[in-house]
Design a binder for this molecule. Structure first.
Ligand code: PRT
Ligand code: ZN
Length: 283
C-alpha cells in the first residue's frame, strides 16, 4: 500500500484525478473525505491543501504527492521531485505598476514587494544583490500596489491577464513551475517498487500526449513512398488488405506534423484515413 497526497480542491485537483484515472486507478470523489481508498492499485489518496503537501510528504504522512514546484521550493521541505507532470504550468514573476519607470533589477533596491512566496523571492534578491523589503501576504497579492501596500509584487503568472487587469507589467520571470510528483526521500522497498509501477503508468500517459494513432488504406505501389514520409516508432505497420493491390498502414504521428503528413499521404493515394487519440504509450 502506498499513500499519495493530492490537492483537495483548486487548480491541480482535476488534473491530478485525471492522471490517476488514466493510469487505471479509480478513486471515488463522491463522498470525498480526507482520505479515500483507490481501486485498481494499492493506493490511498489523501486530500490536502497544496501548501501542506510538501511537508506531509517530507514527514512520511504521505509517501507521494502531486503539487506545484513553486510550493515545493517555498516550503523548503526535503522531498524527491520524481516526475514533471506537464500541467499546472506557470511562473512566479516580479511585476511593477505600468508607470513605475522600471529600468532593471536595481529598481527594486529600497522598494516594498508583496508576495506569498517570500523564501523564493529572498533567495532571488540575495543572488542578485538587491536590498528590498519583502511583505508576506496570503492572497490578492495583485492589488497590493493599488492600495499602497507595496511598490511591486512577486506572484504567480499564467496567462498574464490578472496583471493587465491590475495595471501591472511583468518585468522578471524568476521561477518557472509545473506540477510534479514528489516522494518521501527514503521509501521502504515495497513502496519504492509501487512507485516504480506508478511511474511506468504516469510516463506512458506523458509520452502519449500530443500523439495520434493514424490508420489509412494505401495502394501497395505507394508503400515505399509512404514509409519515407512516415518514420514511425520503429517504422509504420503494414498489413495487406483482402483487396489486391492495397495495404492498411498504421502509424503514430505527433500532432505538430499530423496535417503535413496527411496531405503528403493523400497526394500518393492514401484513402479512408482515421485519426485516433492515444491514451498510453509504453516504450
Ligand atoms: O486551497 P489551496 O491552498 O489548496 O489552493 P491555492 O488557492 O493555494 O492554489 P491554487 O489552486 O490557486 O493553485 C494551485 C497551484 O496551481 C499553484 O500552486 C501553481 O503551482 C499552479 N498554478 C498554475 C496557478 C496558476 N497556474 C495561476 N494562474 N496558481 C495560481 N494562479 C493564479 C495566480 O495567483 C494569479 O492570481 O491565477 C492568477 C494569474 O493567472 P493569469 O492567467 O491571469 O496570469
Ligand atoms: Zn495553497
Amino acid at each position: 500500500m502506498i499513500k499519495i497526497a493530492i490537492q483537495s480542491k483548486g487548480r491541480l485537483n482535476e488534473k491530478s484525478m485525471e492522471i490517476l484515472s488514466a493510469s487505471g486507478i479509480t478513486v471515488s470523489s463522491a463522498s470525498r473525505s480526507l482520505t479515500a481508498m483507490a481501486q485498481g492499485f494499492p493506493l490511498e489518496v489523501l486530500y490536502l491543501r497544496d501548501d501542506d503537501i510538501p511537508q506531509a510528504v517530507a514527514m512520511g504522512v504521505a509517501d507521494l504527492g502531486i503539487v506545484g514546484q513553486n510550493e515545493v521550493a517555498e516550503s523548503g521541505q526535503k522531498v524527491r521531485e520524481v516526475l514533471n507532470l506537464d500541467f499546472g504550468n506557470c511562473r512566479i514573476s516580479l511585476a511593477v505598476p505600468k508607470n513605475s519607470g522600471y529600468y532593471g533589477l536595481q529598481w527594486f533596491n529600497g522598494k516594498r514587494v508583496a508576495t506569498s512566496y517570500p523564501k523564493i523571492l529572498e533567495a532571488f534578491f540575495q543572488r542578485n544583490n538587491i536590498k528590498a523589503k519583502i511583505h508576506k501576504i496570503a492572497g490578492s497579492v495583485e492589488v497590493a500596489p493599488a492600495v499602497g501596500l507595496a511598490d511591486a509584487i512577486f506572484d504567480i503568472v499564467s496567462s498574464g491577464g490578472t496583471l493587465v487587469q491590475n495595471g501591472l507589467i511583468e518585468v522578471e520571470k524568476v521561477f518557472p513551475s509545473e506540477a510534479v510528483l514528489i516522494a518521501t526521500p527514503e521509501l521502504s522497498a515495497e513502496k519504492e517498487s509501487l512507485l516504480q509501477k506508478l511511474l511506468l503508468r504516469f510516463n506512458s500517459i506523458k509520452e502519449s500526449k500530443g500523439f495520434k494513432y493514424v490508420l489509412m488504406n494505401l495502394p501497395s505501389v505507394a508503400v515505399e513512398e509512404a514509409v519515407a514520409i512516415l518514420p514511425g516508432m520503429k517504422s509504420p505497420t503494414l498489413i495487406p488488405l483482402a483487396r489486391d493491390g492495397w495495404h492498411s498502414l498504421q502509424v503514430v504521428i505527433h500532432q505538430s506534423e499530423l496535417w503535413d503528413k496527411i496531405e503528403n499521404l493523400k497526394k500518393i493515394g492514401a484513402e479512408d484515413i482515421l485519426v485516433l487519440d492515444l491514451e498510453n504509450m509504453i516504450r
